[in-house]
Design a protein around this ligand. Sequence first.
Ligand code: AMP
Length: 225
Amino acid sequence: MTAPIKQPLNIVLIGPPGAGKSTIAEALVRERQLVSISTGQRLRAEIKAHSLIGRAVAPYLDKGELAPDSLMDRLLRASLETLDPEQGFLLDGYPRTLHQARGFDGTLADYGRMLHAVLALEVADDEAIRRLSGRRICEGAGEPFPVHIDDLASMLRCQERGGRLVERDDDQPNVVRQRVIVYHEQTRPLLDFYESAGLLRHINAHGAPAEVARRALAALPAVQA
Ligand code: AMP
């Protein structure tokens, strides 16, 4: 049996759009007291705030393309800079290209951290597209949360809380297709990269979110309290 890892636990979550990354990230963060760093969420916040970064990246997100590596590397460094060294992180959405993955090794070394595992959520393309085309975000009722138009219970939860359903611009069908293509071309090669590093753990992302979260939790390395 391998010895438990000393905290803090640092984890990367990779998956195609529609694999449920943010939902699973939420569960892992809650159960293992990790800090969530979601690059997609940060970019959307910048766009909403009409900041310089937001205006620079909006055209990429609108088309389902990836934002430039140099900008993402800086954004990641800024996130690690403000992170309490005692706290572990769950990185949702970075790295997404081989260039980012190679740079990330150096960034981790600069902050005296190591990566403990890379969880790869795996879901078939047609299921990913089905999930995204029916996804809406429930806004205006506390922390925004995703719902699916086929999931009556989640739609009702939003309605009862007085929220409104908003469709993400990049969940439009043509943008979704492009995001899936970009995942296969630019992000999927990371699986081999992290497999070679002995860090990859495959997670079947089909089924109910709670079940997928259980599988992901079970795949996390043990940590020393
Ligand atoms: P997500 O919420 O993770 O699906 O990210 C939404 C969008 O943000 C992606 O489709 C990309 O355009 C952009 N994005 C997020 N993370 C990265 C990254 N690490 N590199 C490049 N673009 C990213």
